[in-house]
Design a protein around this ligand. Structure first.
Ligand code: FES
Length: 156
């Protein structure tokens, strides 16, 4: 067995054992896999499907249902820009444009060095503090375009 395949099996089995191979906990299992790999690689999902004895199509339907899961490799840092109405009227579009220019990517894309992935969301419940930018789960409120560069530089 190739080393890489063996490593995948070992990691997946360790995660599945943590959940007593309970198929009802598939979402939590996929969350752990994503923490381990930063996304949900196809080979890992296949191994997960075998280990849980559930159809691969079922694993994919859960993986694609939740926006938090990614089937594409993602950067080490996830940058989310809120484009909800309240953030929009406070200039979120300009903030997003600035981030796009700084990183050289559009929403849904990842920088070539796999440092950043850029995504957008629609309202994260902090409207009064808009525009909101969330990096790795940390909220930055009242984000102005001139705050973008220093904000991103905090994440190396
Ligand atoms: S619209 Fe951005 S937090 Fe609500």
């Amino acid at each position: 067995m190739k080393r890489e395949v063996r490593q995948i099996k070992e990691k997946v089995n360790a995660i599945l054992d943590n959940y007593q191979r309970d198929r009802g906990l598939l979402v939590s299992i996929l969350q752990d896999i994503q923490v381990e790999y930063n996304y949900l690689p196809k080979d890992v999902l296949i191994e997960n499907s075998k280990g849980l004895d559930v159809a691969l199509s079922q694993v994919y339907s859960v993986a694609t249902f939740f926006k938090a899961f990614s089937l594409k490799p993602r950067g080490r840092h996830l940058v989310n820009v809120c484009l909800g109405t309240a953030c929009h009227v406070r200039g979120a579009a300009r903030v997003l444009e600035t981030i796009e220019r700084e990183l050289g990517i559009k929403p849904g894309e990842t920088t070539e060095d796999f440092k950043y992935t850029l995504e957008t969301v629609n309202c994260v419940g902090a409207c009064a503090l808009g525009p909101i930018v969330i990096v790795d789960g940390e909220y930055s409120g009242q984000t102005k375009t001139d705050k973008v560069k220093p904000l991103l530089e905090n994440y190396t």
